[in-house]
Structures are given as structure tokens and as C-alpha cells.
Design a protein around this ligand. Sequence first.
Ligand code: FAD
Length: 502
Amino acid sequence: MTQPFKNIVILGGGSAGWMTAAALSSLLNPKDVSITLVESDQIGTIGVGEATIPDIINFNRLLGIKEDEFMKATQATFKLGIEFVDWRRKGDSYIHPFGSHGVDMNGIDFHHYWLHSRAGGNAHPIGHYSMCAVAAADNRFALPDPNPQSVRSHIRYAYHFDATLYARFLRQYAELRGVRRVEGKVDEVVQAADTGYVTGLKLDKGDLVSGELFFDCTGFAALLLGKTLGVSYKDWSHWLPCDSAQAVACTHAGPLRPYTRSTARSSGWQWRIPTQHRTGNGHIYSGAFMSDDEAASILVQNLDGDMIGSPRKISFKAGHRDTFWSKNCIAIGLSAGFLEPLESTSIYLIQEGISRFIALYPDASIPSIVRDEYNRHMRTEFEQVRDFIILHYSATERDDSPFWNYCRTMNLPDSLCHKIELFREAGRAFRYEDELFAKASWIAVFLGQGVMPKSYDPIVRNLPYASVSESLELMRTAMINEAGRMPNHADFIQRYCGSASL
Ligand code: FAD
């Protein structure tokens, strides 16, 4: 038997570093394994990252975190989905809700019934049959009903929060469970001469932090995987040409909305994310098609409330490290790769990196097959998320700018071409290999972006229009009535987890 790890070191104290520290400290006994986190206040964190997807609920539950306490500490609000404005064409909008549309019947996906009723003259968009979309449009929120017969059992949700406060909250959690925090800037990475394994981090003050396993949570710096081990970066900017963001917060104006808004602009898109204390905004754009000044000016002109501070530029490149785990170092967070926050997936990818590591937790010898399996899994995760994000750009009718002309006509990954063709030809969508985005998400974005199936399920096609329309109408009115009984989102937050600033 080889030895278990005795010293684990996490380098970086952003969301990635503290999520890793919190998860490991919840599982490992400090008497058996010491966990040290090194971070530098002088360097700081990226300071953005506000929208999440429902999987974060599982992460917090695994840690035994109480939802109301966490929400209060991070200024969180609820999120029922994302509204996409002007993506298919200017003036058009749709919601990609969490959860599904309608109810599948006789083992056949709901959207086939919707397509049939549409052929029979039904003008309601598919979003009118989603409990989350209906509640979101009315600014309502309630927790899901555990009774599966209830329409409210269809509620799925995530959070908008302040990622910096989330990292601070997890720091408290991890330190209480024995994680040692060391303040300092790493000036030199020490490696074993024979294997190249990292053995220690030399700090600016002269101390040495040694370990057997290292997590690289240094953000875009990628100090261990990139700079020290020289792992190359797979560049996807030909499919995702946006490489810059301008971010700024503003005061609230209007109701506290339980959804993220993403508005397409001439060379990218703008996010609006309401937390309890402010609204986060950012303009993601391609530097090849728009100048920084123009991007900042578009952002500032399109804020709901009064600007807090001034826009800050962040540069990035879509893609990921060719290997996520190399030698005894694992990249988690921005050091592992970056996909723009169009579907709020970065914090999820951090979570997935941590849980896959835990599922593979090896002895200190680190068998190479364990590393290979980790790398295979994370590569697939990144590729699947990539395809879903590209779909929003490529399935557009917009031809009003060089940026949209590029996106509409670019060559797509084969995996995405296959999904689009299958849906366009036969109205079919499937979830492959534990893929993050469920069938319902693909269908919401296909239909929202105007990818209309030429054909749909022949069994449904044979049903009388009237009976299908009647079933759909019952679902739609049940959802409207249920939403009407739900509290207003702001009132719910105030009672459940309101912070002083709400
Ligand atoms: P960072 O926050 O950059 O932390 C890096 C850490 O490493 C810091 O503590 C730093 O001090 C430390 N460090 C670096 N070098 C050294 C050194 N030499 N010595 C010591 N310490 C060092 N994600 C979402 O899920 N939803 C969103 O809505 C979302 N929006 C985003 C918008 C933009 C524009 C961007 C760029 C990202 C967004 N993200 C979003 C991603 C999210 O911000 C990150 O995934 C998340 O915050 C994790 O960052 P990190 O911890 O990897 O890096």
C-alpha cells in the first residue's frame, strides 16, 4: 500500500481556492491531513462572478451550509433562469428557465405536444408552460413544493450572489475545520529535480510552504499548471471570439428580479444580475470588433440604476488547459480554463473539478490512470458547456454587424452540428454522458434562437389538435394561478434571508 497524502496545499483564495478548501475540510480529518491555503491580498481576486446554476445547491448541502445563512452573508437573491434579449433578432426575447417546460406525456417530450398545438394555431411561446419562466416574468418566488403532484414542485432555482462574499463565507467555514491560511505572494515554485513534481512554494517573506499535492487556484495567472509546468492552453476563440469584459455595479431600479438578463449588443452581450445590495452589470465583447471605450460607453448607457464606481476591464481567452491535472498539481477555477458567463457555468466547473477529484481521491503515489480519468472527464465537461454557449451565437438571424455575421456563418464543432441537425430534422434532443445541460435547456435555447424542427413526433402528430391544446391550456393556467399565489421575490427574500442593505 502506498501512503496517503499528509500535506495538501491550495494556492489562491478566490472562489476556486476557498470552495476547494471548504469541500476538502468537510471530508478530511485535520489529524490525518493538513490543508494549507496560500493567498495574496496584494494580488487580490478577480472580483466578478455573480450568477450560478442549480447545482450549487448540492455543493452547499454537501457542506451542511444553511441556505438562509449563506444567502444573508453573500447578499444573495434567487434565480429562476436567464432572459435572453435581442439574441435571435433585435426586439425578440425568450427565457431559458431552470427545470422543464410543461409535463411530458406518454413518454414523449412535452415540446412535441407544444409543436403540434402550434401547428394547430396556438400562439403561446413555450416559455408560457414553464413554472420558472412564468414566476420569473411576474417577479414571484417560492421554494419548490416537495409534493410531486403540485405545480410548484417544478420550481428549480439557483442564486445571484457576491462571489467575493461567498469566498469569505467559505473561508470561515474552512478555517473552523482546520484549514491554515497563509498570507503571502509566491515568488518561486520549488520542484523535485527528478520528477518535476512541485514540492514547495517560496513566499515573498521568505517562508516555504511544502506539500505533496497542490491545487492551482491562482486565477488567470495559472502559476502552477501554466507557468511552472508549462501545460499549454487550448484556444477556442475562433468559436467564442469575445475576449474582454467591462464590469460595473449600479443601484437597484425597479423590482428585484428573480432572473439574470443577457442582452445581445452589436459585438457581444451585456449581463444584468440583481443581488440584494446592488445590480451587477458587465459587457462581454470581442476586442477584434469593438474598442474598449465603445464597450464601456455602451455598458454605462444601459444601466438600470446609478453607477457605483467606474467600469473595470477584464481580458480573457475562451478555452482550457490541455491537462487539468499534471504531475501533482490540479488546476481549479480560472487557472483551468474559461468560458464566458453566458450560462453562468464557471462556478459550476469549479464545483465539478472538486467533486471529480474527491471521487478519484488517490494515494500519494497518484496513479497516472487516475489523472487521465480526471482529465478526460473535465475535458468533456468543458466541451459540452462550450457547445451550448456557441449555440446562442451561431443560431441567430442577426446580420446587423460584422460580429454577428461572423458568428452566424462560422464553422461549428461536429458535436454541436450533430445536435442542431437532429433537432432541426426530427425535433429530437438528448443528454449525452451526464452532460450538465439537460434536454430541456437545449430545447429552450434551440426554440428561443429560432431553430425550428421540420418535423416532430409522429404519434403526437396524429392526435387531434383540440385535445392537445386543451391539455396545454390546463397546464398554462395552472402555472399562472400558482405564480399568483407565490410571494413577491423581494418580500420572500426580506423574510427568508434579508440583509440590512435590502
Ligand atoms: P481569482 O478570483 O482570480 O483568485 C486567484 C487567487 O490566486 C487570488 O486569491 C490571488 O491572490 C491568488 N494568487 C494569484 N497569484 C498568486 C501568487 N503568486 N501568490 C499568492 N497568491 C496568488 N462565474 C460564474 O459562475 N458566474 C458568473 O456570473 C461569472 N461571471 C464572470 C464574469 C467575468 C467577466 C469573468 C472574468 C468571470 C466570471 N465568472 C463567473 C467566473 C468567476 O469569476 C470565477 O470562476 C471565480 O471567481 C473563480 O476565480 P478564481 O478563484 O479561479 O480566481
